[in-house]
Design a protein around this ligand. Structure first.
Ligand SMILES: *Cc1c(COP(=O)(O)O)cnc(C)c1O
Length: 409
């Protein structure tokens, strides 16, 4: 015998997208050393942590340096003070959670990636296309797919989202067991209304399926009819897990704190068709494989949910959303079709003249020295689109739009 690898990893396509973006950027800079490049592909926040977060963070670090207040291992599920603050935050939307339904973690990337392991290998999985690739790749690693063909893994159900369907995914033709939804969406920046999301909740109930709802961009919602939590929809607590993160909300991408809601009412089934509660399974998974988020980080996260913290964070969010409006308005003015950017920091631009995503990327890089992210990198339905983000400075955002406005398409 020789040591064997997990063959499923060989099915993965290397993450070509950001590597190729960086390669083309470097090549351009080598040929144009004086060019002033503006990066509008940034998928990361750029503003620092707000003052009340820094204060709570520092105070907690001081506690760690004092024998009387030092904290060792905390609960794997997170401290009760943070779970309480999160539960209270949900009350704004009329959602009542028990703290035992909230699992605090160091990121939604790991949670959305790990969650699939508590579900059977033969479940049928649906994802929207284009997609946050974590959902896809973690199911490939687990062995729920075949090989990739025409940009799609065999065995996965792709729910197309494009301008033709207004970025509203259709219910799958075949019955699926697990549906990943992310709203406001990364990469398209589009949203679902309560009624549109209810269609999926009803489908899940009817088909004994589960929805994995990624609400990483919830804080950016400005539209009244867009739900802040899937649990605003009646009965969703029987069929949905929700992922939330402090990353984009409060600038925690480098600080790391998130949480996952697994309602007590959520049921899946064993091989004999018996009902099994999902909450204890995720609890077992987390207590076995995860040892909690650091105390100072959880204190910092708690500070984001205080009135002072909320006010400070809102100013940062407003700054990004002003950029998003500048992008939307400027591109609309020159006749481009744009989506998203109203309840999201992402703007999804239809390429002019049916250009492909990479051709438009090259045009913006070469002619405007602006860097976006080609939509085709997020899935086959992203072809013909390009993602711009609102995470640069207002000055740079305006300058980038001025340059693009001078181009001839
Ligand atoms: C940024 C992002 C997250 C958050 O990930 P963290 O690990 O919490 O930083 C989750 N989902 C999507 C779609 C994202 O874009």
């Amino acid at each position: 015998m020789v040591v064997k690898i997990n063959e499923n990893y060989l099915k993965l396509k290397s993450s070509y997208l950001f590597v190729e973006v960086a390669r083309r950027e470097r090549e351009f800079i080598d040929n144009n050393p004086d060019a002033d490049i503006i990066k509008m592909g940034i998928g990361d926040v750029t503003k620092p942590l707000v003052p009340s977060v820094i204060k709570a963070f520092k105070d907690a670090v001081d506690e760690m340096g004092n024998a009387d207040t030092f904290m060792g291992y905390g609960p794997e599920q997170g401290y009760d003070f943070l779970a309480q603050a999160i539960a209270k935050d949900y009350e704004k939307y009329g959602v009542n959670l028990d703290t035992s339904e909230i699992f605090i973690s160091d990121g939604s990337k790991c949670d959305t990636g790990n969650i699939q392991e508590i579900f059977g290998i033969d479940n049928k999985i649906a994802i929207t296309d284009p997609v946050y690739t974590v959902y896809v790749d973690t199911n490939v690693m687990a062995g729920r797919t075949g090989d990739m063909k025409d940009g799609m893994y065999e065995g996965l159900t792709y729910l197309k989202c494009n301008s033709e369907n207004g970025f509203i995914p259709q219910l799958p033709d075949e019955v699926v067991d697990i549906i990943y939804l992310c709203y406001p969406n990364n990469p398209t920046g589009t949203t679902l209304t309560k009624d549109q999301l209810k269609v999926f909740v009803d489908y899940a109930k009817e088909n004994k399926a589960i929805i994995l709802f990624d609400a990483a961009y919830e804080a950016f919602i400005t539209e009244d009819n867009v739900p802040h939590s899937i649990y605003e929809i009646e009965g969703a607590d029987e069929v949905a897990i929700e992922f939330k993160s402090f990353s984009k909300t409060a600038g925690f991408t480098g600080t790391r704190c998130a949480y996952t809601v697994v309602p007590k009412k959520l049921i899946a089934y064993d091989n004999d068709g018996n009902e099994v509660e999902v909450n204890p399974l995720w609890n077992r998974r987390q207590t076995t494989k995860f040892n909690g988020v650091s105390y100072p980080v959880q204190k910092a996260a708690e500070a984001t949910l205080t009135p002072e913290g909320q006010k400070e964070i809102q100013e940062v969010l407003d700054y990004y959303m002003k950029n998003a409006k500048v992008i939307r308005d400027s591109l609309t003015d020159i006749g481009l079709e744009v989506y998203g950017g109203i309840s999201s920091p992402y703007i999804w631009v239809k390429t002019p003249n049916d250009m492909d995503s990479w051709a438009f990327f090259d045009l913006l890089l070469n002619e405007a020295n602006v860097i976006g992210t080609p939509g085709s990198g997020f899935g086959p339905s992203g072809e013909g689109y390009l993602r711009l983000t609102a995470f640069n400075t207002l000055e740079n955002t305006k300058e980038a739009m001025d340059r693009i406005s001078k181009l001839e398409f």
